[in-house]
Design a protein around this ligand. Structure first.
Ligand code: ARG
Ligand code: MN
Length: 306
């Protein structure tokens, strides 16, 4: 028996916001790793909606602090519409990226849906990076380093006002876990905004259990939990297939515990799986570990005690 609504897989094959090419192959790598079959085997109803189709990545240098801003906006508009449509039908969207810039569209849709339904929103941002850069702060111009800032209202109009009202979310809705790479100016901005961050130092000192207990406090029956899972959250020893690897991430067991504790809440209503880059992977093992962890988000448990 599962307690999840029917699932819709939405492929968003682009690397338009990234600094390395290849994340556009992410959706198919997840399919090759049987994401649909694994979820169906858990008794879930799964529809694969196929891939969205947006502008090609022109691979140009940044302009005024943004690389490919127009293309990023277009992909996010498409993502927002697709995610919103699935939520409106009472379904649970899994957005298969693609790079993490797409979380702007995905979470803008989730936030709009929650506002309309009078539901509270909690966002778990599982990532090595805070992705809280702006055009002034960014060292790269890559917009996949900016989605949290855009969602909180800091960024170009086309991204901060995607959903009509600005800001899409309040920083108090966000909990970031696994963080270990933050640019200097970005760090200051994260503190000013008051984001709640469980960085790797916190996880080293207090453990994943305590980090997740705290990140999940205050949820109630009316809370929609959105999980934005950047695969670079994981230690590169288990997940080499990403563009921006950072040493010292959660190991397999810590990641499992994180996902199982999310599943235990029964509140997850939408999910992003992003930054999987098959061009950097080894025999699709990163896609496989990502699918394995997604399975845990949907209730696969290593718990054998009663
Ligand atoms: N979603 C990601 N992989 N983000 C990486 C961002 C890296 C760096 N902080 C930048 O802004 O360029
Ligand atoms: Mn990210």
């Amino acid at each position: 028996m599962n307690r999840f609504p029917p699932i819709s897989l939405i492929g968003v094959p682009t690397d338009i916001g990234a600094g390395h090419r290849g994340a556009l192959m992410g959706p198919d790598a997840l399919r090759v790793a049987d994401i649909d079959k694994v979820l169906r085997a858990r008794g879930l109803e799964v529809a694969d909606r196929g891939n969205l189709s947006g502008p090609v990545n022109p691979w140009l240098p940044p302009e005024d602090g943004y690389r490919h801003l127009d293309g990023v906006i277009e992909w996010n508009r498409l993502t927002m519409e697709a995610v919103y449509a699935e939520l409106s039908e009472g379904r649970l969207p899994i957005m298969m990226g693609g790079d993490h810039c797409l979380a702007t569209g995905s979470i803008t849709a989730v936030a709009r849906y929650c506002r309309e339904q009078g539901r509270k929103l909690r966002i778990l941002w599982l990532d090595a990076h805070t992705d809280f850069n702006t055009s002034e702060l960014t060292p790269s111009g890559n917009i996949h380093g900016m989605p949290v800032a855009c969602l909180c209202g800091h960024g170009p109009k086309g991204l901060t006002e995607l959903g009509g009202s600005k800001p899409a979310i309040d920083p108090s809705m966000v909990r970031q876990i696994g963080i270990r790479s933050v640019d200097e100016g970005e760090k200051k901005f994260v503190h000013e905004a008051g984001l709640e961050v469980y960085d790797m130092r916190y996880i080293d000192e207090f453990g994943m259990k305590r980090a997740m207990e705290e990140a999940l406090t205050g949820l109630d029956k009316n809370t929609h939990l959105h999980v934005s899972f950047d695969v670079d959250f994981l230690d590169p020893s288990i997940a080499p297939g990403v563009g921006t690897t950072v040493q010292g991430g959660p190991n397999y067991r810590e990641a499992q515990l994180c996902m199982e504790m999310i599943a235990d809440t029964g509140r997850m209503g939408s999910l992003d799986v992003v930054e999987l880059n098959p061009a950097y992977d080894d025999h699709n093992r990163t896609a496989e570990v990502a699918v394995d962890l997604v399975e845990s988000l949907f209730g696969k448990s290593t718990l054998i005690r009663g």
